[in-house]
Ligand binder design. Sequence first.
Ligand code: SF4
Ligand code: MG
Length: 317
Amino acid sequence: ARKLLQVNGLKRYFSLGKNQLLKAIDDVSFEIYEGETFGLVGESGCGKSTTGRTVIGLYPPTQGEVLYEGKNVHKLKGKELQRFNMKMQMIFQDPYASLNPRMIVADIITESMEINGSYSRKERHERAHELLEMVGLNKEHANRFPHEFSGGQRQRIGIARALASDPQMVIADEPISALDVSVQAQVVNLMKKLQRERNLSYLFIAHDLAMVKHISDRIGVMYLGNLVELTTSDQLYKNPKHPYTQALLSAIPVPDPDVEMSRERIQIEGDVPSPINPPGGCVFRTRCPMAKPVCAEQKPIWQEVAVQHYAACHLYN
Ligand code: SF4
Ligand code: MG
């Protein structure tokens, strides 16, 4: 498949004054192919959302680059920038806060058409009807306001809005975390169906590995601004290499029949340290059950530890 997105050595720091730096993203590299779902997983505050926002161009990187179809997205101008803004869209976690409560659904969904083109209101509303049907709603919903819908329906509206500009890639930032469990599968199934029909690529951000397992082709695991492991969904579940991933997986209660060895529960102590003053060496060392002296001295390098399987951990140096 064709490579759409390439993220190289991305860092994003926020200055908090007084020489304090919040290292939201400290070392992240990955790529996303056409039609692929790439899951990005980690505890809240580990830099997943900042990564999504930097990839879509909202934040400039402190270091590193984001290439879309080979072009640096933070240097796009004019027509190329306009095209990129159409081709990459975002779905947000909170289907309540992300829809303007004073606009009717048809106008919410087609807002990007109003900004980018010269469409009549009638044309936009016809397009809104198509988009609503695409996401399992119908044209009767077009003239209603967001508060008249359930959480799951609102997320469908958010998806319809993302599809209005006919994107190639959608960044979904915890798109089902705020929904009832009973509705989560419906939204995931809708996303998969749309992916098949439109050859979409997803960057699917989640805090829960169990949530991304079935939807992702490949998964990247983040901890404190760093990508610590990346491989196919299958490999990650069958043969996790990084102690953090192993701990996350051991916390998933239902054992996977594909996994031959039963997993021992690995308890990780304490909380994620602050990104304002992250530990030197390996960022996970303050909580890692396998930490050794070198882990405090040197940052482990990102390397291929098995075929198409990457990790940053001194156990594999
Ligand atoms: Fe644990 Fe050391 Fe590996 Fe970090 S580098 S995950 S501290 S063993
Ligand atoms: Mg977030």
